[in-house]
Ligand binder design. Sequence first.
Ligand code: SAM
Length: 297
Amino acid sequence: MNYRHAYHAGNFADVLKHALLLALIEALKHKPAPFCVIDTHAGSGCYALDSVEADKTGEYKDGINRLLFPDLAGASHEPLPPLLRRWLDSILALPGNEHGVKLYPGSPLQAAQAMRDIDGAQLCELHPEEAARLRELFHRDPRVHVHERNGYEALKALLPPKEKRGLVLIDPPYEAQEAEYRLIEQTLKEALQRWPGGIYAIWYPIKRRSQVQPFLRWLTHCGAKRVLRAELLVHGGDSPLRLNGSGMAIINAPWQLDETLREPLRAMARLLAQGHPAEWKLDWLVDEAAPAPPART
Ligand code: SAM
């Protein structure tokens, strides 16, 4: 376990992942009943962008900073779509960020900020130091429970949540790509049996596109009735040597989530492109609710 999210916090992949996370939580808030957010790979919860780690890679400069300072990206100053505006404002509202983003909240803190008092969160993190930071961050928040354990294994015990509605975020480090995908598939297979109605959001890296294809194919026959895919490629090409883009597959995506995400994705592509125009995709891998095409005569 060498991966530390502190090196990558706030990069272009986090922008996509965390804006989508906000969209999902906002959709869950449309109903008054409480919900649960389960984060299987939570990280430490909050990252200082002036740390040695963030400074070493500088990845946030081509991520969240591009949304704050579009001219750095050579992009025009256009108003952000409402979802991205709310997302950015929630980060700027963190104590310490009054004069720019010094602290970048990870998925647990972003979820906790967006949740209501009645909602709950279960956070799993396997690395002892990251888990200790996470526990410290939330020790005064009775809605949040931190588990220092393997998120794939913990999920079996956590499903279905007592709230009976909510979201599972699966955001592993993909240190061994093939093995990670197979572990995700096995975990999702069991999770869908225990809790078929839950929303499952799986973040994935895109280096060489062919590496993702088997997982996307698996999703099309995993048994779910609705699977939405959102992808953003900020680099041209198909190099295995760098992160060219990332995606999120959303099982049981809320109604009309695709419409909510269309303009934000277009804006992210405009602001986060590196060198070449960015490519993005937003489509249903499975949509059994879609009307059947007209019969041929
Ligand atoms: N979700 C976080 C966010 O968006 O802010 C970032 C998570 S980071 C990509 C992946 C995290 O998973 C790392 O902190 C790593 O220590 C942790 N990890 C790796 N394997 C794990 C496992 N099997 N169960 C739980 N956590 C694990």
